[in-house]
Ligand binder design. Structure first.
Ligand code: S3P
Length: 171
């Protein structure tokens, strides 16, 4: 089994798909934001507020180097900006979860914990700026991806089945 790296915009459902992959395969999942939170012993939001985005990106780089060197046979879900790490393609098969910006926001707002989900993501504080960021990133996400899964109006289980089928070609 090769590593699978889930990339995609904030709120697209990387965490939900990761959990479903674990339920339906032999993969164990780790998440780059979770690793950073435990390394720093603070939330991502606090890292942004207290230490700044540049420090957060440096931590992502440290995580990327560790993943490449030390992690095998794992499903890795990532923060929405992690794809900028230069070695991402050396870590594993890159899978993009894709959906239009308005559908992503609708998905977050429909969640019972919507307010919390928005609050914990500093880059979603201003939705107009977030949409600009989305438009800037979308072509870069697509250029990097080995596999693209359109997650719009699909359950995490449906996305997972599609992912596991498409990944077979690479492992
Ligand atoms: C970010 C996405 C977040 C988190 C941080 C920055 C980004 O992760 O890493 O707030 O640059 O898109 P999620 O994609 O899990 O929300």
């Amino acid at each position: 089994m090769k590593n699978i790296i889930l990339i995609g915009f904030m709120g697209v459902g990387k965490g939900s798909v990761a959990r479903e992959v674990v339920k339906n395969s032999d993969y164990i999942a780790i998440d780059t934001d979770d690793l950073i939170e435990s390394m720093e012993n603070k939330t991502i939001k606090k890292v942004f507020v207290e230490d700044g985005e540049a420090h957060f990106r440096a931590l992502e780089k440290k995580v990327a180097n560790w993943l490449q060197k030390s992690v095998k046979n794992t499903l890795i879900s990532t923060g929405g900006g992690f794809y900028k790490q230069k070695n991402i393609k050396d870590i594993g098969i890159v899978v993009l979860l894709d959906s239009p910006f308005d559908k992503i926001i609708k998905r977050i707002k429909a969640h019972p914990n919507a307010a919390k989900k928005l609050k914990k993501r500093p880059l979603l504080a201003d939705l107009q700026k977030a949409e600009e960021l989305y438009n800037e990133r979308l072509p870069e996400y697509k250029a990097l991806a080995d596999i693209v899964i359109d997650v719009t109006n699909k359950s995490a289980l449906e996305c997972t089945k599609e992912l596991l089928k498409k990944v077979k070609k690479y492992v």
